[in-house]
Design a protein around this ligand. Structure first.
Ligand code: NAD
Ligand code: NAG
Ligand code: NAG
Length: 315
């Protein structure tokens, strides 16, 4: 990765995720053009990215093999959408999570680019068939859903529209691999994609255990951070099963499938996430980490520091 490239990627929307995408693509040697419809936002984003790249360089955590200055020299901001799209082969939309906003962005973008340009959305919870409904040629549309913060958490879920061409999925896959992300392909669209469906299953059972008075908020979080999470940074649930029985997966299923089904059948309905149980969870988590900005910011900084260390370890 990171050989200097002449290829251009346009990032539309320069908030938290747009800025992160820009940094990821720059690290892979691409030229990046940032556009935002809020005046001054994209140029402000460049200043923010400069600061972050310099800090990362200082900390020897800069991704790719180009210096911060080399990467910055390949980044530009634009207030004019046509100018921002000029020459791009890939467009990564990262505007507000609002269906109409995204639909109108893609409608406008399609008018300004040639047929071969790939249109990609960062949406976390909208379906590709809705996001791209205003696009004429939907065969070149795809969702590339990052995980926050994308600079340290490399997963990208690639989710096709029902009409997306396999070749478009492959270009997105190669691009993400080339810039050092870890892409996964969904074979069809589904609400929540894969990551959030698994995440919500974990949240739901954690919530039920607290709600039913089985365990405290502090301790259920420890079940993940000191238990399951330890291995999940390196191996997934299916490999975990395969390794956890002497003879592998078949053996695991023989030994444990009855028990799994028995326990799974005791899972309750979807929690309501409101009322007395919600009040209790809020009280308990705020006793551990007060809900004030200063405390939350400090914990977010700690999270990002730890993720940075883990990303390094995973290399
Ligand atoms: N924040 C996360 O954790 C996260 C994770 C994965 C995916 N996402 C997705 O990424 C997208 C962006 O989220 P974010 O957290 O960066 O939001 P954000 O609010 O930080 O940034 C959105 C940016 O888009 C700009 N914008 C709005 N409408 C626009 C338009 N029509 N044209 C150009 N620019 C426009 C805004 O000015 C703003 O700068 C959302 O779809 C979100 O669901 C977010
Ligand atoms: C970065 O690494 C790639 C692959 O190893 C190489 O092709 C490229 O020339 C390097 N770029 C620089 C600027 O060193
Ligand atoms: C639609 O987009 C695809 C992928 O970019 C392209 O190959 C195809 O020629 C386009 N179709 C039309 C009708 O222009």
């Amino acid at each position: 990765m990171s050989s200097l490239k002449e290829k251009i990627i346009t990032v539309v929307g320069s908030g938290l995720i747009g800025r992160s995408w820009a940094m990821v693509f720059l690290s892979g040697g691409y030229k990046v053009k940032l556009y935002d419809n809020k005046p001054g936002q994209a140029s402000g984003a460049i200043a923010e990215i400069r600061k972050q790249l310099e800090e990362l360089q200082q900390a020897k955590m800069l991704r790719g093999n180009l210096s911060a200055a080399e990467q910055l020299s390949r980044l530009s901001s634009h207030e004019d959408l046509q100018q921002a799209l000029d020459g791009a082969f890939f467009v990564q939309e990262s505007v507000f999570e609002d269906l109409e906003a995204k639909q109108s962005v893609f409608h406008a973008v399609e008018e300004l680019v040639s047929e071969s340009v790939i249109l990609s959305s960062s949406t976390s919870c909208l379906m590709p068939s809705n996001v791209f409904s205003q696009v004429q040629n939907r065969t070149r549309c795809i969702v590339s859903h990052p995980v926050n913060p994308p600079y340290y958490v490399r997963l990208v879920e690639l989710v096709p529209h029902p009409e997306t061409l396999p070749a478009v999925m492959e270009v997105a896959y190669s691009l993400m691999t080339d810039v050092g992300q870890a892409p996964v392909r969904l074979r069809k669209e589904i609400d929540g994609f894969a990551l959030n469906r698994v995440q919500y299953a974990i949240i739901a059972e954690s919530w039920r255990l607290v709600q039913d008075g089985v365990i405290s908020v502090k301790d259920i979080d420890l079940v993940m951070s000191e238990g399951l999470g330890m291995r999940y940074a390196f191996i997934g649930p299916i490999e975990t099963m395969h390794l956890n029985a002497p003879e592998g997966m078949k053996d695991y299923l023989q030994r444990y499938s009855e028990g799994m089904k028995r326990v799974l059948n005791t899972f309750g309905p979807v929690p309501d996430f409101s009322g007395e149980p919600a009040a209790r969870v809020i009280k308990e988590i705020c006793e551990l980490i007060p809900g004030k900005q200063e405390h939350l910011s400090a914990r977010r900084e700690r999270r990002d520091q730890l993720l940075m260390g883990l990303a390094k370890l995973k290399e």
